[in-house]
Design a protein around this ligand. Structure first.
Ligand code: TRP
Length: 350
């Protein structure tokens, strides 16, 4: 089996070629992507994935987005405010410009035939393969808990997310590559054992690097260092004001020793379409107060239209549930068709 670094290098090398293929023949691609609804979507989601989905859909690919609600409980006991988080994500997708009349937005828990693929798929992987997954290892360590059966096996579940709808293009960050590699292995082994049913999906590496939270750590709601898309301008200003910086007046980009200052520079640079060094040079000796002002204005200006559209959509209390009802309906139809093919291939038709 390929190592994670082989797979990263190969994917990176292939990504330009793949991007050209997608641009030339968007109708050949179905994109399946998604996230765990553990909280509100934040700037990290927006710049790393949501913007990319809007771009791919505008090219003409068929876009499917899963809100992976069962994945919420891989590393915790409670689903939290899952309904609220799912609805909130739908509002953000629409506000960000995803065409909701074309996209299929759905949840794990509403698609039984998708979940049923987990059983034959589990038979295609070994325990050792599951234990080797570096992303699962990192998530296990971060959880500070015992390894749940679901955390160990969720990459197989994720393969079902991608394969049930015959997704063949998955835009991913680096941490998701091991899961995509496993998905390809599962598709290949299923096809070899039972006859061709599944495509081997390709990973499209997203070019935006991971966006740090305001304290320089990974952006996460649980660290309180994330600017949510749904925050007001005032809430954004308060959060940025509280970012720990230092008393050195000269602004420099140095993520190691100045995590707060550097995270603010990255945040502002993304919103202004600039880069950290240019902004640092421009700010010179003006201190962290000026940096915070710049970052606050950059974020609030950039997201003002998004937030206005979001608010308008939220005024209709049925908006998100209507989208999800339609998406779940379409996902169920597709999942049942695929499960039918799987039953035929496996000879389990009675
Ligand atoms: N694991 C992904 C994340 O944490 C979410 C996800 C679930 C996903 N199923 C997927 C991503 C299928 C891509 C394809 O963000």
């Amino acid at each position: 089996m390929t190592t994670p670094s082989d797979s990263f290098a190969a994917t990176r090398d292939r990504s330009d070629e793949l991007a050209a293929e997608v641009a030339a023949h968007p109708d050949r691609f179905r994109v399946l992507t998604g996230e765990r609804p553990t909280g509100r979507l934040h700037l990290g989601h927006y710049f790393a994935t949501i913007r990319e989905r809007v771009r791919l859909q505008a090219l003409g690919v068929d876009l499917w987005v899963i809100l992976a609600d069962y994945q919420v409980i891989t590393d915790r006991d409670s689903l939290g405010a899952v309904r609220e988080n799912v609805h909130s994500a739908v509002l953000d997708y629409a506000a960000a410009g995803i065409d909701m009349t074309q996209a299929t937005i759905f949840t794990h828990s509403a698609v039984p035939a998708l979940n049923q693929l987990m059983l034959p798929f589990l038979s295609l992987v070994t325990e050792a393969e599951l234990h080797r997954n570096p992303t699962v290892k990192t998530e296990l360590a971060a959880s500070g808990r015992a390894l749940s059966g679901l955390l160990l096996t969720y990459p197989v579940h994720q393969a079902a997310d991608i394969l049930f709808c015959k997704g063949n293009l998955v835009p991913v960050g680096k941490d998701q590559l091991p899961h995509l590699e496993l998905t390809r292995v599962i598709a290949r082994r299923f096809n070899e054992r039972y006859g061709h049913v599944f495509p081997e999906p390709q990973a499209l590496l997203t070019s935006t690097p991971e966006i740090p939270g305001l304290d320089g750590r990974k952006m996460s709601k649980s660290y309180g260092n994330a600017i949510s898309l749904s925050m007001t301008a005032d809430e954004t200003a308060t959060l940025i004001r509280r970012t720990p910086t230092d008393s050195t007046r000269t602004i420099t980009f140095d993520p190691e020793s100045r995590p707060g200052v550097s995270a603010l520079l990255t945040t502002a640079a993304l919103c202004l379409g600039s880069d950290e060094q240019t902004l640092a040079d421009k700010l010179g000796d003006s201190g962290s107060g000026a940096l915070k002002k710049l970052a606050t204005e950059a974020v609030n200006d950039y997201f003002a239209p998004h937030r206005a559209r979001r608010e308008e959509l939220a005024a209709n209390p049925d908006f998100a549930s209507d989208i999800l009802r339609a998406g779940n309906h379409r996902a169920n139809e597709f999942a049942e068709r695929t499960l039918g093919e799987v039953r035929t291939a496996m000879g389990t038709l009675y």
